[in-house]
Write a protein that binds this ligand. Structure first.
Ligand code: HEC
Length: 118
C-alpha cells in the first residue's frame, strides 16, 4: 500500500503535476535536470538553483516564478544572462528544465538544525 502510494507520487512528479505553476506544460524532472546541467544553467544559478557566487546568477529555486516569465527570460533575457533560442533549448526542453526547477525542495530551516558541537 505504502509502496504503491510512493510509486504514484513519483509518477505525478514525473508528469510535472506538482509544478510551481499549474499552467506550465508537462515536463520530465529527470530529463530537465540533465538539460539544466548540459546547458550550463548550473554554472551561474547553482546545481539546485540556489544562486551563484559573486552574483553570477540569482536564486531560481525553490518556488520559481511563473512559466510565461521563465520562457521570456530564456528567450529574451532582460540583463546579462545568455539567450537560449529554440535551436538550443526546444519548447519541450524548456518545459523539462522548468519541471526540474519546480521539483527542487527547500532545505531545512536554519533554526531547525542542531547546533554544532564544540
Ligand atoms: C552566464 C550566467 C548564466 C547562465 C549560464 C544562465 N543564467 Fe539565468 N540568469 C543569469 C543572470 C545574471 C540573471 C539575472 C537577469 C538577467 O541578467 O537577465 C538570470 C536570470 C534567470 C532567471 C530569472 C530569475 C529572477 O528571479 O530574476 C531564470 C528563471 C533563469 N535565469 C534561468 C536560467 C536557466 C534555466 C538557464 C539555463 C538554460 C540559465 N538561467 C542560464 C545568469 C545566467
Amino acid at each position: 500500500m505504502k509502496q504503491s502510494l510512493v510509486a504514484a507520487l513519483a509518477l505525478l512528479l514525473q508528469a510535472g503535476a506538482f509544478a510551481a505553476d499549474p499552467t506550465a506544460p508537462a515536463g520530465s524532472v529527470e530529463r530537465g535536470k540533465e538539460l539544466y546541467l548540459k546547458n550550463v544553467c548550473y554554472s551561474c544559478h547553482g546545481t539546485v538553483g540556489q544562486g551563484g557566487d559573486r552574483g553570477a546568477g540569482p536564486k531560481i529555486a525553490p518556488d520559481p516564478f511563473p512559466y510565461v516569465a521563465f520562457e521570456m527570460q530564456l528567450r529574451t533575457p532582460r540583463g546579462n544572462m545568455p539567450r537560449y533560442p529554440e535551436a538550443f533549448v526546444s519548447r519541450q526542453d524548456m518545459a523539462d528544465i522548468y519541471a526540474y526547477i519546480a521539483s527542487i525542495q527547500a532545505g531545512p530551516k536554519a533554526d531547525s538544525l542542531p547546533l554544532p558541537k564544540r
